[in-house]
Write a protein that binds this ligand. Structure first.
Ligand code: FMN
Length: 449
């Protein structure tokens, strides 16, 4: 029997008015659109009609404390709670996966387990949790902490958090609710389990009220790419988002992460890796280039420098000449370590000035940028996909919805023509779209099943 052809997985990453730093100033963009439910519904339906695996929302829990004169130049990407947005979108979509970002640093695990169980039920098994540990000082300030918890410690907490959350999601066996009216038994008491967790960071005793969710667990997504981030992903993640600039770097990351799986009793197919891509698509190369240039010309240098500074842990770059070399010897803080390393590598490899670097990363905060025709973009995606660099891609549209529409109308048909992407959904749950198994309940079979 012939194996079905391996196909790409695609995520539609929604981010304010678009991922480009200047997206909100593009003449075609409605800067307020993404705060309207009707607009978000339209975008979700567009992604679903194109058969994306999932819609993805990132998040921060706090408002940057950068100077207001700098902040006012930027659109606010994370105005709403992504869990609530995804719950609203669950009601107006049928098949597409719904991934929301929630940090393990600021929400007690019981709340998180309950919210994602709810999303998974309400959406009929389409929920996914993007586990982040947060990486900004201002987020710590929102919760009364003078500083963020150290990077390594955040990841230790996240490992324990996962244990607790999984335990809570296993509170009920899949067939616990018998609704036996004759004998007056709503559920089978042998199929209710209790978490009794006494750990270094959490003490949780009890069970979740929500029945085990349609997917067993919502899909675990992870986006930290540092060494500690990869270890956490290897332990638990099923979908990994990552920012990689070149196919060689992406292959290195892909093999580094996949090689860690056996140590956790997992196999390569248990985890899918989706690098981000910011695509500028034109019917001709010139049209794509014009779209790219139009947005690049709108970048405000104050904001460009501010973007770098924010990712480097609010390091003040004003002492450095904007057209002088990007200082690659800056101290690495407790924030986003992998992004700091990525920016350093880009600057060193291509000898970039501060201005060059912010222009490179303005398209999608350091994610891979491609400017081309549908064919040339499909060629590049296919190359990454077939040479061990990716299982698919997270699409960071430069503007929303126009950039997404370009990808949907022009690139997806080309991928489909090559047999690289589905033309119809074959499954109903996010796990089924991604080819992931549903986790069995640890007690399945123990109670005579
Ligand atoms: C595609 C992508 C999306 C991310 N989204 C978020 C996010 O929404 N919120 C957040 O706090 N961190 C986000 N991160 C950052 C990581 O999850 C992680 O918290 C951060 O990079 C620091 O970890 P690291 O040093 O292990 O990479 C994202 C990273 C990537 C690659």
């Amino acid at each position: 029997m012939t194996q079905p052809k391996r196909q790409l997985h695609l995520g539609a990453f929604f981010f304010g008015a678009g991922h480009h730093l200047a997206a909100w100033r593009h003449p075609d963009v409605d800067p307020n659109g993404y705060t309207q439910l009707n607009t978000l519904k339209e975008w979700a339906r567009l992604a679903e009609a194109a058969k994306f695996d999932a819609i993805f929302f990132a998040d921060n829990v706090g408002m940057s404390q950068a100077p207001a004169d700098m902040l006012t130049r930027n659109a606010l990407p994370h105005v709403f709670d992504p869990m609530l947005v995804q719950s609203a979108l669950a009601a107006v979509t049928d098949r597409i996966g719904l991934v929301a970002t929630v940090s393990t640093t600021y929400l007690p695990p019981y709340h998180l387990a309950r919210k994602f169980a709810t999303l998974d039920h309400l959406s009929g098994g389409r929920g996914g949790w993007n586990l982040v540990t947060s990486g900004s000082e201002f987020e710590a300030h929102s919760f009364g902490l003078p500083h963020q918890i150290e990077h390594a410690e955040r990841y230790k907490i996240a490992h324990e958090y996962m244990q607790v959350v999984k335990g809570l999601w296993d509170s009920w066996e899949d067939d616990a609710f018998t609704h036996d009216k004759a004998n007056n038994r709503f559920f089978d008491t042998t199929k209710l389990h209790r978490v009794a967790h006494e750990g270094a960071h959490f003490q949780v005793s009890g069970s979740l009220q929500a029945p085990r969710s349609p997917q067993g667990y919502p899909v675990f997504v992870q986006a930290g790419s540092s060494n500690d981030g990869q270890d956490l992903a290897a332990a638990s993640a099923e979908l990994v988002f990552t920012a990689q600039q070149t196919v060689d770097d992406a292959r290195g990351f892909y093999s580094s992460l996949k090689s860690r799986l056996p140590a956790w009793g997992r196999t390569e197919s248990d985890l899918k890796i989706l690098p981000g891509i910011s695509p500028f698509v034109g019917r001709t190369q010139q049209e794509a280039q014009d779209k790219f240039d139009q947005l690049q010309d709108l970048i405000d240098p104050v904001l460009g420098v501010g973007l770098l500074s924010a990712f480097l842990g609010n390091i003040d770059l004003s002492a450095y000449p904007i057209d002088g070399p990007f200082p690659v010897d800056l101290p690495v803080g407790e924030g986003w370590k992998s992004r700091h390393a990525l920016f350093n590598n880009m600057a060193q490899r291509d000898n970039l000035s501060i201005r060059d670097l912010y222009k490179r990363v303005a398209t999608g905060r350091g994610h891979w940028t491609v400017v081309g025709t549908p064919e040339s973009i499909a060629d590049q995606l296919e190359h990454w996909f077939t040479t061990g660099a990716a299982d698919g891609f997270n699409i960071l549209s430069p503007t929303l919805p126009h950039g997404l529409k370009d990808f949907v109308d022009l690139v997806i048909p080309e991928l489909q023509r090559r047999g690289l992407f589905r033309t119809e959904y074959t499954g109903r749950t996010l796990r089924e779209h991604l080819g992931l198994r549903r986790p069995a309940h640890p007690n399945a079979g123990v109670n005579g099943q």
